[in-house]
Design a protein around this ligand. Sequence first.
Ligand code: CAA
Length: 257
Amino acid sequence: MAYETILVETRGKVGLITLNRPKALNALNSQVLKELLAATRAFEADDGIGCLVVTGSEKAFAAGADIKEMQAKSYVEAYLEDFFAGWEDFTRCRKPMIAAVAGYALGGGCELAMMCDFIIAADNAKFGQPEITLGVMPGMGGSQRLTRFVGKAKAMDLVLTGRMMDAAEAERCGLVSRIVAPEVLVEEALKAAQKIADFSLPAAMMAKEAVNRAYETTLAEGLRFERRLFHSMFALEDQKEGMAAFAEKRKPNFVNR
Ligand code: CAA
């Protein structure tokens, strides 16, 4: 597929997707969603890829859903097409995904970053849910994911005032896993992604599934789910290899089986 709104590259075992609508600060329109889904599916199907990185530009990861595209929508149009439901497909990617965020990550941009498994931010990153300033509210998961990630007080503050928070505040409240300089953002995200991709893919995918389960279920069920997955790992060649390599003081050679 030829992409017009994103750039898609393979770096070693990492799939790199760069949002590329610079004139609109990477605003997320329906074409971006379609292309992101196609690129993600292609990387999912590629046995050579173990991790994905999604990034934008130094000025903007993404300044939100495309306001001009949705401005004239009627209620019934939004309802019948189940507007924004397509983003749930993006979250079905089973391989690990890192968001590398510089500049604005607002509205749908912040929500897209939160759909990834963790966020590495440049020190110039700005996160926010400014939908209230447009007479609406978050619609791509912001009211739910942000609240789970940063807690009610901070989520209410951001969603109700529409203010932006900088990278330091985002790291303090747990939205961001680490902060780096803007000029090394993509490099650092690729390094982290390559590290993940060098591990056993089934182990990484199961670990991702288990952590995500913590947001969907009770502690007792989550612990049971974790233990069952953990037990199943003894069927992996990679478990035998990883533990043998440790005992033999050598590097493991994982085969994703
Ligand atoms: N949708 C469509 N176009 C956008 C956009 C968006 N979300 N954000 C920026 N743009 C466009 C601007 O209209 C402008 O286009 P023109 O040159 O054709 O006028 C171009 O990108 C550059 O933007 P600015 O001139 O505004 O750049 P700036 O540096 O002065 O300001 C900004 C940057 C503070 C991010 C400002 O662009 C802004 O406030 N953008 C909107 C942020 C926002 O409200 N996001 C939420 C969208 S709604 C949403 O996401 C719903 C949801 O829950 C999913």
